[in-house]
Design a protein around this ligand. Structure first.
Ligand SMILES: [Zn+2]
Length: 184
């Protein structure tokens, strides 16, 4: 447990230049769902400041029941409306598959996980699948979601166009303009 000591030390410097408290409601009314990958410093990548956005991360940035729980709280209790997805190139979830991973866990521990690892091969498809799952959630106030892939070798974000999106927004009364709040 050496890392925690380094972190506590680093925090001393952080606290000395800390700008002070901000409101609990994210100033830019946006929630970001992203992979936990160590090479994606989200605040820098997206130009976010303290207090700007909710950040929800897991392996793959996939939309799980617990991500929906966080998004629902983010929207109903804390006022966010936009959802931005950040998946990325060279994801660890592309290095295995659900069955092989469950096999490996079972071999190592004697227990087979009841959940799927949610591995994938095509990152663009994975982003579209995540956008679909967000749109299909019945608990959200706003289904305004856009998805991106972050290139870990260049630092650039690439937006994934979703053919399902225009159809969906038509069904909800016409395409949304950027920045428009569908809940108002
Ligand atoms: Zn990843």
């Amino acid at each position: 447990m050496a890392e925690i000591d380094r972190m506590l030390e680093a925090n001393e410097q952080w606290a000395e230049q800390f700008p002070g408290s901000k409101p609990v409601r994210p100033a830019r009314k946006v929630a970001v769902v992203a992979c936990m990958d160590s090479r994606i410093p989200l605040f820098g990548v997206l130009g976010l400041d303290i207090g700007d956005a909710h950040v929800i991360r897991n392996a793959g940035g996939v939309i799980t029941e617990d991500v929906i729980r966080s998004l629902t709280l983010s929207q109903h209790a804390l006022g966010t409306r936009e959802i931005v997805l950040v998946h990325h190139t060279e994801c660890g979830l592309q290095t295995t598959d659900d069955v092989s991973f469950a096999d490996a866990v079972e071999r190592a521990t004697g227990r087979r996980p009841p959940w799927a690892a949610r591995t994938f091969t095509d990152v663009d498809d994975d982003v579209r699948e995540s956008m679909r799952l967000v749109r299909e959630s019945p608990y959200l106030l706003s289904h305004e979601v856009r998805g991106t892939v972050y290139d870990v070798t260049t630092g650039r974000l690439r937006e994934i166009k979703d053919p399902a999106a225009p159809h969906h927004s038509q069904a909800r009364g016409g395409p949304l303009q950027q920045g428009q709040d569908p809940a108002r």
